[in-house]
Ligand binder design. Structure first.
Ligand code: ZN
Length: 159
């Protein structure tokens, strides 16, 4: 997709303020995925509203706390979800992208935990909408369910 690249200093600043992951490689990797898969206009709307941090690897990702921390929503991500090599070793980038976008969709939709099944579906649907827009694909909820099922064992088996 064509992402309108901002200048390097702005990009570094955006990454530093939104991605506080375990190391620089993961920080850039997560930022690249978000940039590659999210519509530019949505990223602009979400600028300054979220921060991604790492958590122990008992699940893929989640938005914690109904209240914001320093005016930001915190997206807590397993370090195993963020690829450190190309090609990625654990998951395809598309899977990581959809999980991260699902969490960003909760923020865009202003959902507060604990979320209901209805909110979860709404977040998946919005993530899919963004995915299909930027990737020019027609992925459906059924495709997404299958993709989730393929990778669920990774989290359930506790690494
Ligand atoms: Zn969710």
């Amino acid at each position: 997709m064509s992402v309108q690249r901002i200048n390097q200093a702005e990009e570094d600043d955006w990454i530093a303020s939104h991605f506080i992951l375990q190391d620089d490689v993961r920080r850039r990797s997560a930022a690249d995925i978000v940039r590659d898969f999210m519509p530019e206009r949505i990223l602009r709307q979400l600028a300054g509203k979220f921060v991604m941090v790492c958590r122990p690897p008992d699940s893929a990702a989640t938005v914690i706390r109904p209240e914001k921390i320093r005016d930001r929503f915190v997206v807590v991500v397993s370090k195993y979800l963020i690829p450190v090599s190309n090609p990625p070793t654990h998951f395809p980038r598309e899977y990581t992208a959809l999980i991260l976008m699902h969490e960003l969709a909760h923020i865009q939709l202003e959902h507060s935990p604990p979320t209901t099944d209805g909110m979860e579906n709404e977040a998946y649907e919005l993530a899919l909408e963004w995915y299909n827009e930027t990737q020019a694909t027609q992925m459906t909820m059924d495709d997404l369910t299958k993709l989730n099922e393929q990778h669920d064992g990774f989290w359930l088996n506790g690494l």
